[in-house]
Structure formats: C-alpha cells, structure tokens
Write a protein that binds this ligand. Structure first.
Ligand code: SAM
Length: 175
C-alpha cells in the first residue's frame, strides 16, 4: 500500500444530526489507511474529535471542513487523481476493484442522506459494496480493506501517545 494516497470526501453532512456518523467515517478512514478527510460542510466539532484521536493515537491523518465539493473534485482530477463514489447503484466492488487498484491517488466520496445526481457523472467509478442499502461507514470499511488487500492491518501510527499491545484477554496499553 506504499505510494498510494487515499482521501475521503464526505458530502451531505448535516451538523445537527450527522456528527457521530461523520466522525466515525473519519475514524474508520484513518484506522484503515486513508490519509485524510475533506468535509463538505462547516463542523469544527467533527474536526476536533478526529484531531483529538489522531494526536493521541498517532499518524498524520487530517480532517478539513468547509470544503466545496465541486472544487475539491475538480482540483483532484486536475492533479491526476481518480474519483471513486461509493453508492449501492454502482458496479459491484469485486467486479471493479482490480481496475481501481491500478490508481494510486484516489478520492473516495461517501454521502449522507442524499447525493446530488451530478456526483454520479463526475466520478470515474461508481462502486457498490453490494447492491443493498446500508451505511457509509460499512461501505467505506469494506472498500478500503479490498483496496489495500488487507495490508492496512499492518499499518504503523508514528508519534502515538498511547498504543495497544494486543492480548487474548483484558486490556494492555503502553504510553
Ligand atoms: N439513499 C441515499 C442515496 O440514494 O443517495 C443513500 C443514503 S446511505 C445511508 C449514505 C451513504 O452510504 C451513501 O451515499 C453511500 O456513500 C453509502 N452506501 C450505502 N449503501 C451502500 C452500498 N451498498 N454500496 C456503496 N455505498 C453505500
């Protein structure tokens, strides 16, 4: 997975009701190997929550709010990046993942309640994690695991203040 750059673009976030889910989208992205998340809404609460976790648990994951999604997508493509939109209406993940893996700089778009129709045309790949409705968190987790072929389980998070020592029972951490 070295050499790849994966960033999430979260659209449709409603601060009054999506804070928890959007924070979990960011934490999932961080844990599973993405480098950051752009949030197409203003929500300092989400930025701070993710920043708190990143500063304690290491790595250099970023979260930037107030991003304009059209500009973000346009700029990403202008820099040679590929745009993936996770949607149950897209092509099924196992059928496209080998092709997606050939792209090393990818922007992964996940929605909240409703995604503007324009996104489907702007995306290079509309990818379904099954053709059944579920969640942006589960679809992102499965997409990243397939994209990184499970190698994300070996990632290191440099600069952590706290680290878990995996144990068969109980909780073991070191500071
Ligand atoms: N009904 C909404 C729509 O049609 O845009 C989707 C709502 S869903 C709760 C929120 C997000 O989860 C979607 O925008 C999509 O990114 C993701 N999602 C849900 N099910 C998915 C699936 N089967 N495959 C890929 N992404 C999915």
């Amino acid at each position: 997975m070295s050499g790849s750059e994966v960033i999430i673009l979260r659209i449709g976030h409603r601060p009054e009701r999506d804070q928890r889910v959007t924070t979990h989208v960011g934490l999932t992205a961080r844990a599973l190997g993405a480098k950051g998340m752009y949030l197409a809404a203003a929500d300092k609460g989400v930025v701070e929550s993710i920043g708190d976790v990143a500063s304690r648990w290491g790595g250099d994951f970023f979260c930037q709010d107030n991003v304009k999604w059209r500009t973000c997508i346009k700029d990403w493509k202008a820099k040679g990046g590929t745009v993936i939109h996770l949607t149950m209406y897209g092509l099924n993940l196992p059928d496209v993942i080998d092709q997606v893996k050939t792209h090393k700089k990818i922007l992964v778009i996940v929605g909240a309640e409703k995604v503007p129709g324009e996104i489907y045309g702007l995306a290079d790949y509309n990818v379904a994690v099954t053709s059944q409705p579920h969640s942006e968190i589960s679809s992102l987790a499965l997409f990243l695991d397939h994209y990184f072929s499970g190698q994300e389980f070996r990632n290191e998070f440099p600069g952590a203040q706290i680290r878990i020592i995996p144990t068969p029972a109980g909780k073991h951490t070191e500071d």
